[in-house]
Design a protein around this ligand. Structure first.
Ligand code: G3H
Ligand code: 13P
Ligand code: ZN
Length: 320
């Protein structure tokens, strides 16, 4: 058993309390490899933002759980070396079982999500409560979810979303003891959220209704990529074949982050930024075969994207 405290990581309790009070959201960026981790840390140190390093079940399978854990430990030291000791949370994204959450906690995660959102309500309550009881013994914070987002959540794929029912949140939070709650108010996972012509809309009315029932309680938004049109165009210009798609408008996310929304999850936009940069190198320098020559520019593009998110979308600059 490794405690996250020995690794220099923090749980989400204090940074969420500050974010709710301060009217901003903490970025939760997914990572699967060294370059993504480096750019997240570089961007958040440079902007002095707290950060949540997010690991999905798929990331664990891809990169190896032990390596990811040591990378997060390294991230703490790397941030200090870059000159600023920002709070760093290591979080399991979309945990789908009690066993997976336990395994992550034993390996040094400071926060876990148990996603029982596809289960019947009472089963979601029972599973979430069980994870909370274990996690809290080690001062690890837990995110639960109510309502179903459209799109792909690891192996789970939902065609349509079901908005979170405000009348359920108070009971859920009380019965489970969760530290934060992910809700479904119109965001969705992946790069194909809305077709051109559709009007993306975060249901701020539902968010405010939820806030009224659980005042000041930390709320999480998944599926919050904005699918930057210039990056999509760049990918397609350099030989990609992405379909037209629209994401969540950044001004709506900025608005939401002024409320009790204190964690915003962004993965797809980073995937797009990396892909755009790598395609550009491959198209312009087809003779290049040193991975540093295309992963380096990809890392720079990611850093730029993350700094933009921190400054202009989440509002977490200088909040570390
Ligand atoms: O919500 C899902 C995240 O974007 C993680 O995706 O399961 O493909 O790693 P993944
Ligand atoms: P995006 O696919 O919109 O980036 O959402 C990521 C996410 O919610 C990770 O849990
Ligand atoms: Zn998610």
């Amino acid at each position: 058993m490794v405690s996250y405290k020995e690794l220099g990581l923090v749980n989400s309790r204090e940074i969420f309390a500050k974010a709710v009070k301060g009217g901003y959201a903490v970025p939760a960026f997914n990572f699967n490899n060294m370059e993504q981790m480096q750019s997240i840390i570089q961007a958040c140190v440079e902007t002095k933002s707290p950060v949540i390093l997010q690991v999905s079940k798929g990331a664990r399978q891809y990169a190896n759980q032990t390596l990811l854990r040591y990378m997060a430990q390294g991230a703490v030291e790397y941030a200090k070396e870059l000159g600023y000791n920002i709070p760093i949370v290591l979080h399991l994204d979309h945990g789908d079982s009690y066993e997976l959450c336990v395994s992550c906690i034993e390996l040094g995660f400071s926060s876990v999500m148990i996603d029982g959102s596809s289960l019947p309500y009472e089963e979601n309550v029972a599973l979430t409560k069980k994870v909370v009881e274990y996690a809290h013994k080690y001062d690890v914070t837990v995110e639960g979810e109510l309502g179903v987002l459209a799109g792909v959540e690891d192996e789970v794929c939902a065609e349509a979303h079901t908005y979170t029912r405000p009348e359920e949140v108070e009971d859920f939070v009380k019965k489970t003891g969760v530290d934060s709650l992910a809700i479904s108010i119109g965001t969705s996972h992946g790069a194909y959220k809305f077709k051109p012509g559709q009007k993306p809309e975060i249901r701020l009315d539902i968010l405010h209704e939820i806030e009224k029932r659980i005042p000041g309680f930390p709320i999480v938004l998944h599926g919050s990529s904005s699918v930057p049109q210039d990056i999509v165009a760049q990918i397609n210009h350099y030989g990609g074949a992405l379909k037209d798609s629209i994401g969540i408008p950044e001004d709506q996310l900025r608005e939401a982050s002024k409320s009790a929304v204190c964690k915003i999850n962004i993965d797809s936009d980073g995937r797009l930024a990396m892909t755009g940069a790598i395609r550009k190198v491959f198209a312009e320098k087809p003779a290049e075969f040193d991975p540093r020559k295309y992963l380096g520019p990809a890392r720079d593009a990611l850093k730029e994207l993350y700094m933009h998110k921190v400054r202009n979308v989440l509002g977490s600059e200088n909040k570390a």
